[in-house]
Design a protein around this ligand. Structure first.
Ligand SMILES: [Mn+2]
Length: 311
């Protein structure tokens, strides 16, 4: 933690990186740090490889400052919520500070600030700010709250504990617009996303004595509805709520024509281990991977075979 204070002190131009296809946790922590560095009157660039970011994040303060091209002359880089270095989407030169909470984190930074007990990367950063007596303003508080709310799925996951609620209360005290975060992240949806969800729920299948639910999302689902890829998440979470179901997984194609798997579980069933078998990682209850395969069905069979031995 003190290494980061010194690194920020010494740097002249700070590069802040959110992961590809950023969520509210990665972008929220990146923007909170961006706001802090602005107050230090230092040169700062905030970067994300993905140009077409989820429009649900548009409410985050300073989101319009995000650049999609790397600057050349930075002397310190900070990554937020990136468990693997490939999640940065770019190669970074010089000192890299890796701030994260994934159990699968590869410790790829020169400085690694990893707290796997934290519910969100914004919680890791919140601890850094409070431990170093760095005062939070309203903008920073909203950014930190957004990541907390998003990664806890609106304060409903098993990891949502006293520490999460104390952080929420403290952020609201320092000016976080909690109502805005919840409205934008959980209470605003497009008709396209509802239509996608209907298709996904209709195609969901149970296996392993109804302990496992799988949903395959062919490209046609997106073409027919006009929904974004991120709109898949909600149906995945809802299928996990089925009685008896302990694992929910979803498979879809990426833009690069690879297969993306998303795994969610209850009762401590380890999705990070399963995802790492397919070259990915994440958290115990939530993990993902990207792999190559002939079809979604082929990967589905492989995942079910693996899970049959676990469930
Ligand atoms: Mn996160």
């Amino acid at each position: 933690m003190h290494a980061l204070v010194k690194a920020l002190d010494d740097a002249k131009h700070i590069l802040i990186i959110a992961h590809i296809n950023p969520d509210a946790d990665s972008m929220g922590s990146a923007l909170a740090m961006y706001t802090h560095v602005l107050r230090l009157h230092k040169k700062v660039t905030i970067f994300c490889k993905t140009e077409k970011m989820n429009p649900a994040l548009n409410f985050l303060p300073f989101i319009e400052k995000v650049k999609h091209n790397l600057p050349t002359n930075y002397d310190l880089a900070l990554s937020f919520d990136c468990g693997a270095i490939k999640r940065l989407g770019v190669e970074v030169e010089g000192c890299l500070v890796n701030v994260d909470h994934h159990v699968s984190n590869e410790n790829y930074g020169e400085i690694n600030i990893i707290d796997t007990t934290a519910i969100s990367t914004t919680q890791v950063l919140y601890d850094f700010f409070t431990d170093n007596d760095i005062k939070l303003n309203a903008k920073m508080s909203t950014c930190l709250f957004a990541g907390l709310a998003d990664d806890s799925q609106n304060f409903t996951t098993d990891k949502t504990n006293e520490r999460a609620f104390l952080m929420a209360a403290s952020l609201i005290q320092s000016g976080a617009d909690n109502a805005l975060c919840i409205k934008e992240l959980f209470k605003s949806r497009s008709l396209a996303s509802i239509r996608l969800k209907a298709k996904m729920l209709e195609s969901a299948r149970l296996s392993c004595s109804a302990k496992l639910v799988s949903t395959l999302v062919p490209r046609s689902f997106f073409e027919e509805t006009g929904a974004y890829e991120v709109d898949c998440e909600e149906a995945l979470h809802e299928t996990l709520e089925l009685v008896n179901v302990e694992v929910a997984f979803m498979l879809r194609y990426t833009k690069e024509n690879r297969i993306k798997g998303s795994l969610r579980s209850k009762n401590g069933i380890n999705m990070n281990d399963l995802a790492s078998y397919f070259g990915g990682g994440g958290h115990v209850h939530s993990a993902g991977f990207v792999c190559d395969g002939v079809s979604l069905e082929e990967i589905e069979t492989q995942v079910i075979n693996k899970l049959e031995t676990i469930l």
